[in-house]
Design a protein around this ligand. Structure first.
Ligand code: SF4
Ligand code: SF4
Ligand code: SF4
Ligand code: FES
Length: 980
């Protein structure tokens, strides 16, 4: 199929927009409001072209076979200019003193493209003040061209539904919650709007006065300069003025560094460029992230205060009594090596243990496990996936073979139905949530949510299930049984691809809808509806997280999810599959790269003599054959006097492990404890040596995201002070112990990983250059697998397996004394306990502390109001925090976010674990509640987005603009003149 553009035939892609085709062909046509990731907004009219003799917007027109398009006829050119002239009526060109003059400003570049010399419609300011009330970005109505990109992004991509333009107003502007100050609106500071704004109307505050050479002048001086420029414009024209700003823009290139990195927070794997000027972070610019496109959340876009925090550790510290003193690297490293050697000699290698960081790189996890295994001679090696993700991995190992997401985020977008179980996706994995919210709002995707809290995804769901705590396995199994019993299963898929169907079917006998209804507290009709929705959907993706895995049945419930997907044939096709949402940025990668007690990299068993022999040959050592201790077992082993020494990096173990008081007691018993951190964390208090490490922006390496996507991060900044990247420190310690490692760059470490690990055989730094990524398994020729199971499942016969799972009662149950259920999880603004995010002032301002969510019914029963101070006591500890009375929780269920080091929720959680993986049953906690009699302010300040009032609409609703009396399609006038 072809379109003729300016007389030349051009082939079109199916479903291609005319503007995309024109751009692909390298033909210059202005298009100010169009953004490929937002779709056509059609508000600016600058993309007018002639299509078969008539003027049309190229962004709003689909390319069709036989079309004849002229982009630069007199009519088209005049229409484009008229449209752009209207834009300049809303925007003052003061590029030389503008922080947005970085070569990528759409208005500036369009002015150049159209060779604009003078504007016809004079610039008129709008009668509104600049809004500076958000800590991270500002809105300047006087520079706003009303293109609506921001509104479209907020309404249809982020789907926070904060922004609108009231086109009927005399002087329209962008509105937050219909007219609130930004800082008091429902804006979650995700930054989508700022990223897509084509000019300086929305700008990161970190850019203001910093990006340009002359932009930090006092306002009076700036205004004076702008007046001078305006004064000479009629005589000189914009062309010459622009030349000056071009020079200034080029000068910026020499001092603005743009470095591709990968987000250091959750497992979504957002890629973006970070712009730095010396150590100042100008902004985070997401443009073409393979997982995220332009999307970010408040943390990835704005929470970088930890990088230059004055609290950063910059020198090694050595304990002296109850104090720490600064030490040289030489002294600290030789002390570590001496004590490790002494302890190994006295009590054996298995009296030492190692914990790798899910925040650090794949290469660093690989080196840590190599240090444990090849240098110390122990498999006592783990990472924090033990605290969250190990049960999901087990569920997938049991049923489909690989412990990873079975597709990509694009599959989640494509699914006919998304089922979310035990995941507060909008807060814990915000960018994945945007894809589900968008598909649900814009493309008719259905959504079922099962959760104890009516979180944002639950509010949006077509069906919200609120089962009793710890009973997800029951309703999942009952729905699967109903589907099978009623002939709704995908029998063809089962026959061809799944083993064990008869045994599995028998195992479901007790899971009737009646039993599920009684145990879960869910109506039978709802369960039946859910079963039909799943069976009839065109593609089902199930997303789950810690609400499933952090239970004593975490592995079994994860298995039940996979069983349901197998029974309904929801594997092996785009838009289907199992998606355990990985918590940390590199929790998938840490396990993938061998930071586990029983696996070398790529899940190769340490107990397998053939595998071991391969590593022994490569590393030139004898390796221990017996799987080591996981991190739960390590704590018990310390209490039992068997484990004497630990080396932990990038892990706030004393607070994020369950039953924190018990863990703290254990850590204080260690003979020698090495912590490697970027801050002096709570866990550092127990250490004997603290080594200063570098965060993600100060090192090279790779992370692996939840969708098994391996991505490179590049060093943007030099390590602060004497801090060092973790891989260098681990190598230094290994070499102090005589290892003789000689890695000069993480790429050399990856070459070794790839050579030893079939799962990553074809991974090279070259293949991952820039924004290029690979989703494992990666074959030697570099081919990867975005969709995991296309030809077979990962078992010897290529078939999946139904895996029967029984249900058992949750642990730490309520009784007369501990009568309330306590749930816990993340808050959007903070990552976990907040060690990094509290270092960003704006985040601290919006979410200064943790709190306890109390249902209105419980609040009225116990005389609690928002702000009341409460004490929660469990069988394991106590915390104090203020109440937040909210309908997000119901009845006798409480919820406490994790963002506190002082009143950490894990002082309340138990040492009960998932039976298979030892993942703590964090979500099975009973407490008693005492009202302390004092009441303070709402723990969520007025500026918190949760107090806002969103204004949902379908998008920018440009039709309302077109209905304005003063609106006329550009070019119409000209056509009439010509006609006459
Ligand atoms: S936003 Fe762009 S066009 Fe406007 S003044 Fe700044 S650089 Fe110039
Ligand atoms: S939520 Fe706030 S930052 Fe995000 S797109 Fe909407 S207005 Fe912009
Ligand atoms: S603030 Fe919004 S409407 Fe105004 S120019 Fe920026 S993206 Fe366009
Ligand atoms: S780019 Fe087509 S109307 Fe704005």
């Amino acid at each position: 199929m072809t379109v003729t553009i300016n007389g030349k035939a051009q082939e079109i892609h199916s479903g291609e927009r005319l503007i995309d085709l024109i751009n692909r062909c390298g033909i210059e046509v202005p298009h100010v409001c169009y953004h490929p990731q937002l779709g056509p907004i059609q508000s600016c009219d600058t993309c007018m072209v002639e299509v078969d003799g008539k003027l049309a917007r190229a962004c709003g027109t689909m390319a069709a076979d036989g079309m004849n398009v002229v982009t630069s006829s007199t009519r088209a050119d005049a229409a484009q200019r008229e449209a752009f002239d209207r834009i300049l009526g809303n925007h003052m060109l003061y590029c030389t003193v503008c922080d947005n003059n970085n070569g990528d400003c759409t208005i500036h570049n369009t002015t150049k493209m159209l060779h604009v010399e003078h504007q016809e419609i004079p610039y008129k300011p709008k009668p509104y003040e600049v809004d500076m009330s958000n800590p991270f970005y500002r809105y300047d109505p006087d520079q706003c061209i009303l293109c609506g990109r921001c509104v479209q992004a907020c309404q249809t991509l982020e789907v926070n539904e904060t922004l609108s333009i009231r086109w009927e107003d005399e002087h329209p502007r962008v509105l937050w919650d219909g007219g609130a100050p930004i800082g008091e609106s429902s804006c979650v500071s995700c930054g989508h709007c700022v990223t897509v704004c084509p000019c300086n109307a929305l700008m990161e505050k970190s850019m203001l006065g910093e990006a340009g050479y002359m932009t930090d002048l006092p306002k009076s001086a700036l205004d004076g300069m702008i007046d001078v420029v305006k004064g000479i414009e009629p005589e000189m024209g914009y062309g010459s003025i622009m030349q000056v700003s071009e020079v200034e823009s080029h000068m910026r290139e020499s001092r603005t560094k743009k470095t591709k990195t990968v987000c250091t927070y959750c497992g979504v794997g957002r890629s973006f460029d970070v712009w730095t000027k010396d150590r100042h972070i100008l902004k985070v610019e997401p443009l073409e992230g393979p997982a995220n496109g332009v999307s970010t959340c408040i943390k990835g876009k704005f929470s970088w205060g930890h990088i230059n925090s004055p609290d950063r550790l910059t020198k090694p510290l050595i304990r002296e009594g109850n104090q720490f003193r600064e030490a040289s690297w030489g002294e600290a490293l030789s002390l570590v090596a001496r004590r490790f050697t002494e302890i190994k000699a006295a009590t054996g290698p298995d009296s030492l243990a190692f914990i790798s960081s899910s925040k650090c790189t794949n290469e660093e996890s690989y080196l840590m496990q190599k240090l444990a295994r090849a240098v110390i001679d122990t498999n006592n090696m783990d990472n924090c996936s033990r605290y969250c993700q190990a049960p999901a991995t087990t569920g997938l190992f049991r049923t489909v073979g690989y412990g990873g997401d079975s597709g990509s985020i694009t599959d989640i977008e494509k699914a006919g139905l998304v089922v979310i179980v035990g995941s507060n996706t909008a807060e814990s994995h915000p960018v994945i949530a945007t894809r589900v919210k968008r598909a649900h709002k814009m493309h008719g995707q259905k959504l079922i949510v099962s959760d104890l809290r009516e979180n944002e995804m639950a509010e949006r769901a077509d069906v919200f299930l609120h089962p009793r705590p710890g009973t997800d396995l029951i309703w999942l199994s009952a729905v699967t049984k109903y589907i099978i019993d009623n002939g709704l299963a995908d029998q063809k898929f089962i026959d061809q691809w799944v083993n064990g169907a008869p045994e599995y079917k028998r195992s479901l006998e007790s899971f009737t809808l009646e039993m599920a209804s009684e145990r879960c507290g869910l109506p039978i009709e709802t369960l039946t509806k859910v079963a039909h929705m799943i069976a009839e959907a065109k593609g089902v993706c199930v997303l789950w997280a810690m609400g499933v895995t952090q239970h004593s049945m975490g592995s079994d419930t994860s298995t039940a999810i996979s069983n349901l997907l197998l029974a309904t044939g929801n594997y092996m096709k785009p838009g289907t599959g199992a998606y355990p949402l990985r918590g940390h940025n590199n929790v998938q990668g840490a396990s993938d790269h061998g930071a586990m007690p029983n696996f070398f990299p790529g899940y190769q068993e340490v107990a397998d003599p053939v595998i071991r022999a391969k590593f022994e040959k490569a590393w030139n050592v004898q390796l221990p054959p017996k799987p080591g201790l996981d991190n739960h077992m390590m704590i018990d082993a310390i209490h039992e006097g068997k484990l004497k020494s630990m080396y932990v990096f990038g892990e706030e173990m004393s607070l994020v492990d369950s039953n924190a008081n018990f863990v703290g007691d254990a850590l204080s018993k260690l003979d020698f404890f090495v912590m490697q951190e970027i801050f002096f964390s709570e866990t550092c208090r127990f250490a004997d040596v603290v080594l200063p490490a570098s965060p993600s922006l100060e090192k090279d390496g790779t992370f692996t995201s939840t969708e098994r996507r391996i991505q490179r991060l590049y060093q943007a900044l030099e390590p602060l002070g004497e801090s060092r990247p973790d891989w260098i420190i681990i190598q230094d310690i290994a070499n102090q112990l005589g290892a003789g490692w000689k890695y000069e760059h993480p790429s050399q470490i990856y070459d070794e990983i790839a050579a030893l690990t079939p799962l990553f055989a074809g991974v090279t730094y070259e293949r991952l250059e820039g924004y290029k990524t690979l989703q494992w398994p990666v074959a030697e020729d570099g081919s990867d697998q975005p969709l995991l199971y296309t030809k077979n499942f990962d078992f010897p016969d290529g078939k999946a397996r139904f895996y029967p799972v029984p249900w058992s009662e949750p642990t730490d149950q309520q009784d007369a004394q501990y009568d309330l259920h306590l749930n816990n999880g993340r808050l959007l603004e903070h990552f976990h306990e907040g060690n990094m995010t509290y270092r960003t002032e704006g985040i601290r301002e919006k979410t200064p502390c943790t709190f306890i969510e109390v249902s209105p019914e419980l609040a009225s029963e116990r005389g609690i109001q928002t702000g009341s101070w409460l004490q929660l006591t469990s069988r394991y500890g106590k915390v104090r925090a203020q109440a937040e009375v909210t309908t997000r929780v119901a009845g006798k269920e409480l919820y406490m976010p994790m963002n506190s080091t002082d009143e950490a929720v894990n002082r309340l959680t138990s040492s009960h674990t998932d039976k298979v993986t030892h993942t703590p049953a964090y979500k099975e906690t009973s407490v008693q509640l005492k009202v302390l009699g004092e009441t303070g302010d709402d723990p969520l300040p007025r500026t918190n987005s949760r107090h806002g009032h969103p204004t949902p609409q379908t998008g920018v609703e440009v039709e309302r603009k077109w209905k304005r009396k003063d609106y006329r399609l550009p070019g119409d006038h000209l056509v009439q003149i010509q006609t006459r």
